[in-house]
Ligand binder design. Structure first.
Ligand code: ATP
Length: 493
């Protein structure tokens, strides 16, 4: 992870937000390469969900509509959705360090014989660190401990627990619910009646527009509404670079269907979404499908099939995997709640039988910024043969720069051809023109930012009209006529 984090800063992918003021925990800025990568992933999702949705059993495209709802909504939205009451994580504080931890993200090492000190760690802490801390604090050998979820410990045993950032026992408070929504005030008067919230998920903006969608688009179920946008959660422990941030972006689809078909559609979307992640280039063996246990069902999954997560093996995932996307059966929870609280009917009328019912919802909900991290981690390939010893193996369609045009030497004729190629290609593709430094250094830099092709113009190009195209992964070079470069890139992308 450290290698990736420093590469991201050095090569303009991701910076700590408000860097010159020491940053702000859980907030990140996306630099030129980062925003390009993020936008490309966003566009691939939007294309595959909204512009070119999958086909149904009969070969007809599913109907999915796009939406961009506001970030701040009537606070009643969050009352109805349950976020105001339920959107909280159990959290424990350390009285000494003032650190705050999510109890469900900690693990505890408890002595096999239940005597002596126990130790709390972040669930993704590596075994070496755990082992050396236990030894340092006089706990003995790690083999004499069993690993349990911290949340399963009796509160009465906290007096024997050493918190993650201390070496003393008994510093942790009892778990308390902590609401993750950011509050703000709307309007000029500073008054509690003006409190509003930054949305903690994009989904509710879709549910509260269900009726607008039905009415304006004459939508009949099954149909979907999709949205990409910012979400905000005052995470207790933002961690692992951009994986858990306080401001992030989500890509969410709410698929409205009849209850009797919900199980079918959940399987359908699981399959679609799995293939989508693979199409970004994520290695199949690093993706895991995990069905939620009954004890972790969200408040909306009152029955139904619950949630299936798609997970990825990040460098910090240890032996396990970490969530990329949840594909939840939200039942009719959200629409029923909005109907109850707003008093506005959220029903669908079956045209053939005139029966009225509230649709069920299957929700594939993923993180865009988390997708950026997965792609960055997955793309990092070490290879000593490459000038930098590694390259970023982005799928060409999401690479920030598709091709770099490099005049081999400072020569008017060569530069003229190179510029002409650049000015032509930039109309269709994100290409860069680079004439500084040696060509080797320019190759190295482009490997580091994952540019799939380098197009080099040399003396032979002046007469023959051919240029050299270097492939990032294989470093193979081939001569391609300038007139064919457009087609070459089009095929590759
Ligand atoms: P967790 O249990 O890890 O807090 P969650 O199950 O609450 O996550 P959801 O509410 O299902 O997450 O959100 C859907 C998706 O949004 C997640 O799969 C993830 O990709 C993304 N996401 C959620 N929280 C964050 C965050 N703090 N930072 C970045 N992405 C996030």
């Amino acid at each position: 992870m450290n290698t990736i984090v420093s590469l991201c800063k050095r090569r303009g992918f991701i910076f700590q937000s408000s860097d010159i003021y020491g940053g702000m925990n859980g907030f990140w800025d996306y630099g030129p390469r980062g925003v390009a990568l993020k936008n490309n992933i966003r566009d691939v999702w939007w294309h595959s969900v909204v512009e070119c949705p999958p086909l149904d059993k009969n070969g007809n495209p599913l109907r999915i509509f796009g939406l961009d709802s506001s970030i701040i909504q009537n606070p009643l939205v969050w009352e109805a959705s349950g976020h105001a009451g339920n959107f909280s994580d159990p959290m424990v504080d350390c009285r000494i360090t003032k650190m705050r931890y999510r109890a469900d993200q900690l693990i505890a090492y408890v002595p096999e014989n239940r005597e002596g000190k126990s130790f709390a760690f972040f669930e993704d802490e590596d075994e070496k660190t755990i082992s050396s801390k236990i030894k340092k604090c006089g706990g003995g050998k790690i083999e004499d401990f069993c690993r349990v979820s911290f949340i399963d410990l009796e509160v009465s045993s906290y007096k024997n627990v050493v918190a993650p950032d201390t070496t003393e026992v008994g510093t942790l408070t009892e778990p308390k619910a902590f609401n993750l929504m950011f509050e703000t005030r709307v309007g000029a008067v500073v008054d509690d009646s003006n409190i509003a919230y930054l949305r903690p998920e994009t989904a509710q903006g879709i549910f509260v527009n269900f009726k607008n969608m039905q009415d304006s688009m004459r939508a009949k179920i099954p149909f979907g509404v999709a949205q990409i946008g910012k979400a905000f959660r005052n995470e207790v422990t933002p961690r692992n670079f951009i994986f858990r941030s306080r401001e992030f972006e989500q890509m969410e689809l709410e698929w409205f269907c009849h209850e009797s078909e919900a199980a079918y559609w959940q399987e359908f979307w699981l399959d679609q979404r799995l293939n989508w992640w693979k199409s970004l280039g994520l290695s199949a063996d690093k993706i895991n499908i995990r069905k939620h246990g009954r004890d972790e069902l969200a408040h909306y999954a009152k029955d139904g099939n619950g949630t299936v997560d798609l997970e990825y093996k990040f460098p910090f995932s240890g032996e396990g995997f970490s969530e990329l996307e949840g594909i939840a059966h939200r039942c009719d929870y959200d629409l029923s709640q909005h109907q109850k609280v707003s008093g506005v009917k959220q029903e669908h009328v079956d045209q053939s039988t005139n029966a009225k019912f509230i649709p069920h919802v299957i929700e594939p909900s993923s993180g865009l910024t988390r997708a950026v991290l997965a792609v960055l981690c997955n793309s990092y390939v070490r290879d000593d043969a490459h000038p930098s010893g590694f390259f970023l193996n982005f799928a060409p369609k999401i690479a920030p720069v598709k091709a770099a045009i490099l005049p081999l030497q400072a020569n008017d004729e060569i530069e003229l051809i190179a510029k002409k190629i650049f000015l032509e290609l930039r109309k269709k593709y994100a290409v860069a023109y680079e004439d500084k430094q040696s060509v080797g250094k320019r190759y190295a830099k482009n490997d580091e930012i994952g540019t799939p092709y380098c197009i080099t113009v040399d003396f032979d190009s002046i007469n023959g009209g051919d240029v050299t195209v270097r492939d990032r992964n294989s470093m193979q070079q081939e001569r391609v006529n300038v007139s064919l470069l457009d087609a070459y890139l089009r095929d590759a992308l």
